[in-house]
Design a protein around this ligand. Sequence first.
Ligand code: PLP
Length: 409
Amino acid sequence: MALINENYLKLQAGYLFPEIGRRVSEFMAANPDKEVIKMGIGDVTKPLSPAIIKAFHAGVEEMANSETFRGYGPEQGYGFLREAIAENAYQKNGIEISADEIFVSDGSKSDTGNIQDIFGNDNKIAICDPSYPVYVDTTVMAGKTGDCKANGHYDGIVYMPCTVENNFVPDFPDQVPDLIFLCYPNNPTGTVATKAELKKWVDYALEHKSIILFDAAYEAFITDDDIPHSIYEIEGAKKVAIEFRSFSKTAGFTGTRCAYTVVPNELEAFGTDGKAYPVKPLWNRRQSTKFNGVSYPVQKAAAATFSEEGKKEVAETIAYYLGNAKIMRESMREIGYEVYGGENSPYVWVKTKDGMSSWDFFDKVLNEANVVGTPGSGFGPAGEGYFRFSAFADRENVIEAMERIKNLK
Ligand SMILES: *Cc1c(COP(=O)(O)O)cnc(C)c1O
């Protein structure tokens, strides 16, 4: 008798985006004459830029030619891309990360989920509330939790509320966690962490021999000079942090798939006997065993994001999205909403009025303004009473959506 992984039965059904899709389809079926504007799901809308496409095509051509054809590549990524990442994303900013500490992958979603493979089952895992759902769900799948409680929290996970009061950067929890997921600029709140706030967490991890799993998927949206782009800007972080970055939101690779994870040589974790082990060889082994690398043309395309042209084009697209975020932020403020994020991030986090629930606000905005956003409660109980707007949209749609919301009663 084949047994299932019963941890999957603990996962909550009615996942956020399918539920949004269901309500939107239902509305559209009932109101075929209404034009619905979608600012919900966190997916880019602009195409890959010319320099990236050119490199992508050249990579495809190489695959068509017997002299330049390539089969399996290195599981860790091609040297040209790892070098380009180390140099452009780190060394140019004064951070000493070398190419051999960089692992190219098909996405930060998979990496943030897969990373738990190399850590023991008895680790206490801390996750922000609200958060990107992948951290919680993959922790459940890995069997590191009990059941989901009535409040939407799983037994066994240490939840760290991120609220207005703590500036959306978590306080230290009552129980000391071993693995700590942090994401800045944050999805869903669109807020950032200062150097001082990240230093607090790095020092905490150093003190408790914990490891920070730092998701920097939105790093490219940072515009304030004093906001750190990398956890490794904090002294000591290479001893206690893994960083995840992705070309998805940075350069429009959500459908193309390329990301990378940094596992510093200095990073150590421990055996139950207290003996220290370097973490990098474990991740290298994990990837070499279960992953066969990213396709060559895609890696060529990713490397092109670091060319002069590529950088310029990527920066223009990001500025466009940030321009959308600014319009959303200012429009919502103008009509009296409390608004967070959206300055160094494509997400704007809006507090509903008069204690209205996230889903009630979703329905109101859908039914009366025909605009789709994301209910904050879908990212965790502490997101209740908030609503996320995504700036990944066309400018004219953003302007139109904001006009409609301004005219709501
Ligand atoms: C979009 C996103 C990612 C990127 O995922 P990919 O698999 O690289 O496309 C990672 N983390 C967060 C928080 C995200 O929102």
